[in-house]
Ligand binder design. Structure first.
Ligand code: ASN
Length: 485
């Protein structure tokens, strides 16, 4: 039984009240958050109020929805009405949204218990959570290592057992990479299946919200709840299928594509773990097919050109007039905007705004931005061809395991390179899930990535579930099973 299912059952069977459950989680957060820095804002009052509503519903004998009463967290770039939403940037400190993001609106209506807002890289720009103005979230497996990024806080909270699940956003790996670093499941859904309305934009054509959970079944439960069509998001399509319905299907005959380009420059132990996982697939009756996607070599520069270009445009709105921070002393409006942005944004965000402005400027647009868009089209077509030969593509999620603290502060290019395996699906709008597949010799988790064709979210979750069930028994029973009771 998955953790969400198990806790839901405890509530329905009245073995624990939602108030008691929530109190226990809040107490754990007070103790553990000092160590993990997973939460940047604890919303105990909101959580207790929701818990009370759930208990009243239970006492009236009403049926609970799957996520009702389950304690969870949201990345701090998901807008929450009347609750501060900062993107972990000094420029947005004190900003309190006047509306809810659609994903939070859906979950709030289902009485999801929001424990707090989770730490992240500033405006989701980073791979370690260390660009957060609140300092980075640490890895529950080793506090000498980062939780990953940018949704590091949500991964640290779920991995550290101070939230049952979290919602992150994935522009170039921000859900899958921290999930991989913290031994969790992270789903980046097909672009358009989950509404982006109220997600504070970084790179709109790449951003997608997704769940971070302790099991594949939980990821499917959360995805099914949030993947609804939303008229407020022009790119919204919703999901056509319920992924929980096909999770347990046999994968006999499923074609697993292995592209050699995804295994170049990977650390040996990571490669070996994924290769062993592929053997598990063969033992389950899946067929392994070799494929090649040469266009993958362009993915990283294409991503960093497009993401920075979109960021430079999206972040133009932080001018000291409309949102958050405003410099205290200035001469005129230009001076005010210049000082506000210089003082409010961190180093990495400034770097990306400048890179983005450069690639969009007259004289450079054709050489960089236009070329990147053309290569984006080529990668989309290359994936289309690849999926004529296989059902899913398997690769490592990250070329290594969790970084030591401060690794990403040293060299931005070296840090960007670690996103090499996660960015291609964002460029092509495809779904991908990271699922734990082993540990390195320091005991740090390794993640395997399963990529699907557009709208094949159910297929990749089915493949992830079958692997997970084959390698471990995911039942959550009593205290030692990981439920905070
Ligand atoms: N936002 C993301 O998906 C993280 C990625 N490393 C980036 O900095 O763009």
């Amino acid at each position: 039984m998955s953790k969400i299912t198990y806790i839901g059952k405890l509530l329905r069977d009245k073995e624990i009240s939602c108030t008691e459950l929530t109190e226990k989680y809040i107490k754990s957060i007070e103790a553990e958050n000092k160590k993990l820095n997973a939460y940047v804002n604890i919303t105990a009052e909101t959580a207790m109020k929701t818990a009370k509503n759930v208990d009243e519903k239970i006492s009236r004998g009403e049926i609970l929805l799957p996520l009702e009463g389950i304690p969870m967290t949201l990345k701090d770039n998901i807008s929450t009405k009347n609750i501060e939403t900062t993107c972990c940037s000094n420029i947005l400190k004190g900003y309190v949204p006047i509306y809810d993001a659609t994903v939070w609106d859906i979950l709030k209506n289902q009485n999801a218990v929001l424990l707090g807002k989770a730490n992240m890289d500033e405006f989701a720009m980073g791979s370690s959570c260390e660009t957060s103005c609140f300092g980075g979230a640490l890895n529950p497996y080793s506090t000498n290592h980062v939780a990953g990024g940018s949704s590091g806080g949500a991964a640290a909270a779920v991995g550290g057992n101070i939230a049952v699940y979290g919602l992150g956003s994935d522009t170039g790996g921000s859900v899958r990479q921290p999930a991989s670093f913290c031994g969790l499941v992270g789903l980046k859904p097909t672009y358009g299946t989950v509404s982006r309305y109220g997600l504070i934009a970084y790179a709109s054509s790449l951003d997608q919200i997704g769940p971070i959970t302790t099991s594949v079944e939980d990821a499917a439960i959360v995805y099914d709840a949030i993947s609804l069509y939303d008229k407020n998001d022009a790119t919204s399509q919703g999901s056509k299928t319920k992924t929980t319905h096909t999770l347990k299907n046999s994968i006999k005959g499923m074609k697993i594509g292995i592209a050699k380009e995804y295994f170049e420059g990977i650390r040996d132990d990571v490669r070996e773990s994924v290769e062993s996982a592929v053997k598990v697939y063969e033992s389950l009756g899946a067929e392994v097919v070799s494929i090649s996607i040469p266009q993958l070599k362009h993915a990283l520069p294409v991503y960093y050109i497009l993401a920075c270009a979109e960021a430079s445009s999206n972040l133009g709105r932080y001018d000291g007039i409309r949102y958050g921070y405003k410099t205290p002393s200035y001469n005129d409006i230009n001076d005010m905007i210049c000082k506000t942005r210089s003082e409010g944004f961190g180093k990495e965000v400034k770097r990306r705004i400048m890179l983005g402005t450069y690639v969009l400027s007259a004289g450079y647009y054709d050489a960089y931005y236009k070329k990147a868009q053309q290569l984006r089209g080529a990668l989309v077509n290359a994936f289309k061809d690849a999926f004529k030969k296989c059902d899913v593509i398997v690769s490592p999620t990250v070329p290594m395991t969790a970084f030591e603290l401060n690794f990403t502060q040293k060299d931005p290019i070296e840090t960007y390179m670690t996103d090499i395996l996660t960015v291609p699906v964002n460029i092509a709008g495809l779904p991908a899930v990271s699922v734990p597949c082993g540990f390195d010799n320091k005991g740090l988790p390794i993640g395997m990535q399963i990529i699907g064709n557009s709208f094949d979210d159910a297929k990749i979750l089915n493949a992830a579930y079958q692997y997970e069930q084959a390698v471990k028994n995911h039942t959550f029973k009593e205290l030692e099973t990981g439920v905070r009771l």
